[in-house]
Design a protein around this ligand. Sequence first.
Ligand code: GLN
Length: 279
Amino acid sequence: MEILVKDFVKENTDKLDAAGISDASVDIWLLLEHFASIDKSDYFANQDMKISKVHAEQIEEAVEKRIKHIPLQHIIGQTEFMGLTFKVNENVLVPRFDTEILVDEVVKYVGDDFLKVLDMCTGSGCIAITISDMCDNATVVASDISKEALEVAKENNTLNQTEVTFIESDLFENVEGKFDVIVSNPPYIRTKDIESLEDEVKIHDPHLALDGGESGLEFYQAITKQAKDYLNTNGMIFFEIGFDQAEEVSNILEENGYQDIVVKKDLAMNDRVIYAKKG
Ligand code: GLN
């Protein structure tokens, strides 16, 4: 038996809505595309389109998981970032759209130059891998303290046919050599704020990837200070920051002698990226 896509979308969107899942219909369309290869534009061209019982059952099973606030990306095991596909699981922070702003700035800076780039706290590898993909002459190294995260990052490196080198390291502990660019989206949520995040983040993203200590600034302080020893003269540091951290991170950079500090906003007009030159 086949079911009309129209009815199926309505019924399952209503189920997610009732469970308090925001943007429910977006999730249903992503599930349709993933499990049944039905995309919204195909559907609009043919509104009598039907979905097979097998696909409907697979999606209904996924909807039951989504109702429990399991992130959609964990249910389908992957996500898109900068047009590339990344495998994700509970050991890595799900790549956020906001982080594309950070990668954009690094890619603009690196261009076609033969530069050495370090991605500190790489997680899924999304930052390092997209830079490696887009900057043909860059040498990209990525580090993380989590062995489990690095396993995911290495798979993503293979999946995207990029050439990132990975290091298991507590910040700079096992990092060697000098870099022209250090980029990082470190954990930056204040410990006390983690409780108020939505379940998808609080329960399913690794705490290790979120918790920036009491001030939320601990990683910026440590990385900014230590990075000076690992950056070449005129080397650049790029960070993703929380919407209310531009001033504090800017102060940390200044105190450590960095110059030409620039803050960039995300599409929601929140401060999201900061970069500066080693003095
Ligand atoms: N931006 C992420 C969030 O809002 C946090 C990422 C991080 O701590 N680096 O959950």
